[in-house]
Design a binder for this molecule. Structure first.
Ligand SMILES: [Zn+2]
Length: 208
């Protein structure tokens, strides 16, 4: 299929400005406030993206839980004590990277790398390399203009077969991507453990 051909869906590109961004800074009071339920005061966020529960696990890590689409999304608060500014970071619920910003997308909060707004090719961790490989294979199959081609939250399982391709070939290539996506999310589960210790189980990962 020539590049640029699409499947009749409206084409959109993910620009940073399309998503509402939350800044780690706003959570600084929650490092000392009492644990419990809080709500973000923003006209841009729906109810599920606003309401959060502040908890602390046995390792003393404070984290926020947003319940979005019936699934918990855990975001840890990480204070960088090494810097004089005591910068606060929040962790991406998926890759567990420490970020200054997370973006509200339909059913989640995610960092720009996971959403596909931008990704670095330098000093990649294995998970990031895998993410890049998945995106490459997706582009080979569905084209660069496929709307969600960079979005790791969209699973390829329902994406259509390009017209010219044999079913067998298509299924082989698609299944390869599905397989890699599984590995990717398993790595994400491991990263979750690295962030929280064993006090959150894999079953709490929002996406399996
Ligand atoms: Zn991420």
């Amino acid at each position: 299929m020539p590049k640029g051909q699409h499947f009749g869906r409206k084409q959109t590109r993910a620009y940073t400005g399309e998503y509402h961004r939350i800044n780690a800074r706003i959570f600084k009071p929650l490092l000392t406030n009492p644990l419990g339920n809080y709500s973000l005061d923003s006209e841009y966020l729906d109810n599920e993206h606003s309401k959060l529960k502040l908890s602390e696990n046995k390792n003393g890590i404070r984290y926020l839980t947003f319940t979005i689409n019936h699934k918990p999304h855990h975001i840890a608060l990480k204070l960088d004590n090494r810097s004089a500014s005591n910068k606060l970071y929040i962790t991406c619920p998926y890759c567990q990277g420490q970020r200054q910003h997370l973006y509200a997308i339909k059913y989640a909060y995610g960092c720009r790398k996971c959403i596909g707004l931008h990704y670095a090719t330098q000093s990649e961790r294995p998970q990031e390399r895998l993410m890049r490989r998945i995106r490459k294979l997706r582009k080979d199959l569905w084209g660069y203009d496929w709307p969600d081609v960079n979005n790791m939250f969209e699973r390829v399982i329902y994406w259509p077969k390009p017209k010219w391709m044999r079913w067998k070939t298509f299924e082989q290539r698609r299944n390869k991507i599905i397989e890699l996506e599984k590995t990717y999310w398993a790595l994400a589960a491991q990263q979750l453990k690295n962030t929280f210790g064993n006090y959150l189980s894999n079953s709490e990962l929002p996406i399996k």
